[in-house]
Design a protein around this ligand. Structure first.
Ligand code: HEM
Length: 154
């Protein structure tokens, strides 16, 4: 019983942490920082926030992949026999990881460099790209969760 429930529970918790974290960052923290802090201070705060959150995103990605593959074997015997919505979920997950990797490996180092050099114009430009990427990933994550929960096969 536990062996069946555990992958599902971990999978849903990982999705919740990743997508919920992006929701909070985009719709709550971003406008709050814009109202309370000047541009350079905001960039410094984001430079501290992202590495902390991204550590948890790595944990969520590993958990989603391992528990997802475990459930595929438990429930559908293999990838070929998995329903269409699970295949869309995997596709959505791959795009989400690709966008996340772009922010983690390319944009975050650029943000750190701009903050170190106190190049606030460059920092604001990088931050705008990160905001777009995280916004796309948030929409995609919400769509994947809706599709998975509704078991909606396009
Ligand atoms: C490697 C990538 C992934 C694999 C292999 C995978 C696989 C699965 C499988 C097999 C199920 C159970 C489906 C069922 O029994 O009907 C499931 C459920 C679910 N997945 Fe994924 N998944 C992946 C990525 C994701 C991502 C990226 C998200 C969201 C960000 C997500 C969110 C969910 C949710 C919310 C459910 C529960 C749906 C329900 O209520 O039954 N998955 N996943």
């Amino acid at each position: 019983m536990l062996a069946l429930a555990l992958p599902y529970t971990l999978h849903v918790l990982a999705a919740l942490i990743w997508v919920g974290g992006m929701f909070f960052a985009w719709l709550v923290l971003r406008p709050a920082l814009a109202a309370a802090l000047d541009g350079p201070s905001r960039l410094k705060v984001w430079g501290e926030v992202f590495p902390r959150f991204f550590g948890w995103v790595w944990v969520a990605i590993a958990t989603l992949a391992i528990s997802g593959v475990a459930m595929i074997h438990q429930r559908f015997t293999g990838f070929e026999t998995a329903p269409r919505y699970v295949q869309w979920m995997i596709g959505g997950g791959i795009v989400m990881v690709a966008l996340f990797l772009r922010v983690q490996t390319l944009l975050l180092p650029q943000l750190h460099t701009a903050v170190q050099k106190e190049d606030w114009a460059e920092g604001a430009r990088v931050m705008a790209s990160i905001r777009r990427m995280v916004g796309c990933n948030l929409l995609l994550g919400l769509a994947v969760v809706a599709l998975a929960s509704a078991r909606w096969s396009l």
